[in-house]
Design a protein around this ligand. Structure first.
Ligand code: FES
Length: 216
C-alpha cells in the first residue's frame, strides 16, 4: 500500500511533523536518563570509596628483604614513597648536618602528627627506616638517592639530590641550605603492622588518611 492510502480523512488525525519531532526528543531524553540511572549503581560499584579517593588508600610495604643501605619505592596517592634502611653510619651523620639545614628540627608541618617515637632529626618511627614521600618540595621532581660521600659535592655526606634544580636533602629528607626547595620531604602517616611490614597512608588506629603536608 502507498502512503496516500493511509491518509486520514479527519484533519485532526493528521501527523504534525513538528509534534513528531518533539515526541521523539522526549522519548530519547527519558531513555538516556533511564540508562543513566540504571548505570550509576554499576559504575559506583567499580569505583573506590569517596574517602579512598580523597585520602589515598593505605599501602602495605614488605621490608623483610631490605638490607641496610638499600631503598625501595612504592606508590601512594600516585606519588613515590621511599623506605630507606639506614645504616648505623648513615644515622650517625644526621646530627652533624643540623647547621647546614633549613629546618633541622622538622618544625614545619612536613610530617604526620602523632607519629610514635618521633625524632625530629631522624624523622622516623624506628631510627633505621626512613619512610618519606620522594617528591622534591621545590617543583615536584623526584630526587635521586645518592648515599656515597662526595658523590654530589666535595662535602657531601650522603642524601638525596634533585636533578631538576639542584636541591639537596640529607638521609632524613631534611632540605639543605642553598637549595631552591623550601621544605623537608614529607613523612606520611604510617605504622608497623609487624616487624617486616609497614602500612603507609594511615596511623595504626586508622587516623590521618587525609593528611597532607604543606604545598600539596
Ligand atoms: S624540582 Fe627539585 S630542585 Fe626544583
Amino acid at each position: 500500500m502507498s502512503a496516500a492510502e493511509y491518509a486520514p480523512s479527519d484533519p485532526s488525525l493528521e501527523v504534525n511533523p513538528e509534534r513528531r519531532r518533539m515526541l521523539t526528543g522526549v522519548v530519547t531524553t527519558v531513555g538516556a536518563v533511564g540508562v543513566g540511572f540504571a548505570a550509576v549503581p554499576f559504575i559506583e560499584s567499580l569505583l573506590p570509596s569517596a574517602s579512598a579517593v580523597a585520602g589515598g588508600a593505605p599501602v602495605e610495604i614488605d621490608i623483610g628483604g631490605l638490607a641496610p643501605g638499600q631503598m625501595l619505592t612504592v606508590t601512594w596517592r600516585k606519588r613515590p614513597v621511599w623506605v630507606l634502611h639506614r645504616t648505623e653510619a648513615q644515622l650517625a651523620v644526621l646530627p652533624a648536618l643540623n647547621s647546614q639545614l633549613k629546618d633541622p628540627m622538622s618544625r614545619e608541618p612536613q610530617q604526620a602528627p602523632d607519629l610514635p617515637n618521633w625524632n625530629p632529626v631522624q624523622r622516623s618511627v624506628k631510627p633505621e627506616f626512613l619512610v618519606a614521600v620522594g617528591i622534591c618540595t621545590h617543583l615536584g621532581c623526584i630526587p635521586k638517592y645518592r648515599p656515597q660521600p662526595g658523590s654530589v659535592s666535595p662535602g657531601w655526606r650522603g642524601g638525596f639530590f634533585c636533578p631538576c634544580h639542584g636541591s639537596r636533602y640529607d638521609l632524613a629528607g631534611r632540605v639543605m641550605d642553598g637549595s631552591p626547595a623550601p621544605l623537608n620531604l614529607p613523612v606520611l602517616p604510617y605504622y608497623y603492622k609487624d616487624t617486616r611490614t609497614i602500612i603507609a597512608g594511615e596511623m595504626a588506629n586508622g587516623a590521618d588518611q587525609n593528611w597532607q603536608p604543606s604545598g600539596w
